[in-house]
Every structure is written in C-alpha cells, then in structure tokens.
Design a protein around this ligand. Structure first.
Ligand SMILES: [Zn+2]
Length: 219
C-alpha cells in the first residue's frame, strides 16, 4: 500500500480491480473471510480517500466533507460506522451469492433500509442538453458517500453480473470479491500472483511430500 499526503487527504493506493465499485468497497477489508480481517477504512478520511479514488465524489465534495468531518468528529465517526455496517452487509450478501447460496433475509432487509435512505437524496440533474442521475448536495452530508454505493449495490443485485460474482478460494480467508469474466466462470483466485500462486505451490509441496512418504517398491 502506497501512501502520501496531499491536500489534507491521505492518498492511499486502493485496490479497485474487482470489476465493480460495490465489490471494490467490500474489498476494503482484506482477508475479509478470516477471523481477523485487515481493516483499510480506519478513519473518515480513509473513507473519503476511497470514494475519491473510486470516482464517486468530486474534488469539491472531498474538500467539503474533509473540513466538515474535522468540525464534527462525532458525526464523522458515526458516518464511518454506518458505512462499515453497509460494507459488511454487502460482503455478506455477495459472499453468499458467490457461493451459490441465497443471501440472508436479514441482510437484504437491512440493505433495503440503507437503499431507501440513500435514494431519498437521488436527483435527476441537467447534463448538457440531457439529464443524468445525481445526488442532492453531497457536500452537506457526511453520510453522502454511501448513497452511490447503495444504489450501485441495487444495480449489481438486479443485473446479470450478479451471477458472475466470485470470491477468492484462498484457505486463509482472503475473501476478495470479484466479477468473474472468464467464459466458463472458472476464476478461483483474487490474482494468480498472490493466492493463486500460493495454492499452486501448496499443491506441489503436498504432491512431493506424498511421493516421498510412500514406501519404496524396491526395498
Ligand atoms: Zn485471494
């Protein structure tokens, strides 16, 4: 992870390679399927940094939210907690789907609460002779970062890509979620370079130790 500080915001090199914004958000806890996930969103500023890198907020909103979070640290802390709660619901839903299981009803019900609160702020905006989906005054609400995430979650759940959500099969609990774009839905790892290679090396080691443990025929 690369970090450097510019414009009052910690710039973190976020992993945005899952193929979907919502899964990128779920992946902000590394080793998500393990007993002790590695939390990447440790402050409200981290959440802003992620949202900026993911392209869901403008520079103007970044500036406004960072300064407002400094003035209202308690509200910023609550907004971070709520965002993490939404993230865990998202992880739970898509991890189940990746495993070909239906998500828990409780998760869907909780998610729908986030969705309805978020869509309260949805607006249709002017966009040079046409119109586009937008949000009402994101600068003014510390919890505005989750609005687009909630809407994208609903979009993913109702799109054909829902059936392509996969989770890294790593046995340590990597838990990385991704959109599997392979033709026969055969992708198993977050990447071949990390968990894929480790599993390959492990299989190789197991094969080798099995061979050396078997009795020699000529003895
Ligand atoms: Zn992995």
């Amino acid at each position: 992870m690369i970090m450097c500080e510019t414009n009052n915001m910690i710039q973190i090199d976020w992993d945005l390679d899952s193929g979907n914004l919502v899964l990128d958000f779920a992946n902000t806890a590394e080793f998500h399927a393990s007993e002790q996930p590695d939390e990447r969103l440790n402050s409200y500023a981290d959440l802003v940094s992620w949202a900026a890198a993911a392209g869901i907020i403008s520079r103007q909103v970044v500036k406004a939210l960072l300064s407002s979070s400094k003035e209202n640290p308690k509200r910023a802390k609550k907004a971070l907690q709520d965002a993490l709660e939404l993230r865990e619901i998202i992880y739970s839903i898509f991890s189940a789907l990746a495993d070909d299981n239906p998500p828990r009803q409780k998760d869907l019900a909780e998610f729908n609460k986030f969705l309805s609160r978020s869509l309260n702020h949805a607006r249709v905006m002017d966009a040079e002779e046409t119109y586009t989906w937008g949000w009402d005054n994101m600068e003014a609400s510390l919890d505005s970062l989750v609005w687009p995430v909630a809407r994208e979650t609903a979009n993913l759940l109702t799109s054909p890509d829902m059936k392509r959500v996969g989770e890294c099969a790593d046995d340590r609990g990597c838990g990385f979620l991704f959109i599997d774009t392979s033709r026969n839905h055969s992708r198993r790892w977050c990447s071949m370079e990390s968990c894929g290679n480790r599993a390959k090396a492990q299989r190789h080691y197991q094969k080798a130790s099995k061979k050396s443990a078997s009795p020699k025929l000529d003895s």
